[in-house]
Design a protein around this ligand. Structure first.
Ligand code: THU
Length: 139
């Protein structure tokens, strides 16, 4: 169970991460925070590059930090933008790899109280996953 106060803590951490966004090209700053089943939180910001496709979204920075620290199960993800911007398809797919149908995704505004809350199953319906592959994942 992810409690409201967990979500409020994630929002505060994602807002702080957003301040570290490196987005000189789009000028669109994004902050993210993911909560792992272990109880630990990992944050990320978008990091752009002069070679545009080499940049990465805030959500994937946070998710990859979590997985690289040994996490495999993520229960919630918060994304903070100026305007409640929605996570891109690639970030939904990457989150989906480590999240079950009931995992929570919250979009929050950088300032004020605007929020949108989704479950994994609604933000990426009929998602492609390990069960669609012929071979079972080995690790
Ligand atoms: N961006 C994110 O960080 N997350 C998303 O889900 C959508 C887009 C970033 C990528 C780029 O640095 C900027 O926002 C504009 O697309």
């Amino acid at each position: 169970m992810t409690k409201n106060r967990d979500i409020e803590k994630l929002i505060a951490l994602a807002r702080a991460a957003r301040k570290r966004a490196y987005a000189p090209y789009s000028r669109y700053a994004v902050g993210a925070a993911v909560l792992a089943k272990s109880g630990k939180v990992y944050t990320g910001c978008n990091i752009e590059n002069a070679a545009y496709p080499s940049g990465l979204c805030a959500e994937r920075v946070a998710i990859f930090k979590a997985v690289s620290e040994g996490e495999r199960e993520l229960v919630a993800m918060v994304v903070v933008t100026s305007n409640l911007g929605s996570p891109c398809g690639a970030c939904r797919q990457v989150f989906s790899e480590f999240a079950d149908d009931e995992a929570i995704i919250v979009l929050a505004s950088a300032r004020g109280k605007r929020r949108k809350t989704y479950r994994m199953r609604e933000i990426l319906p009929d998602r492609f996953g390990a069960r669609d592959l012929q071979r079972k994942p080995s690790v």
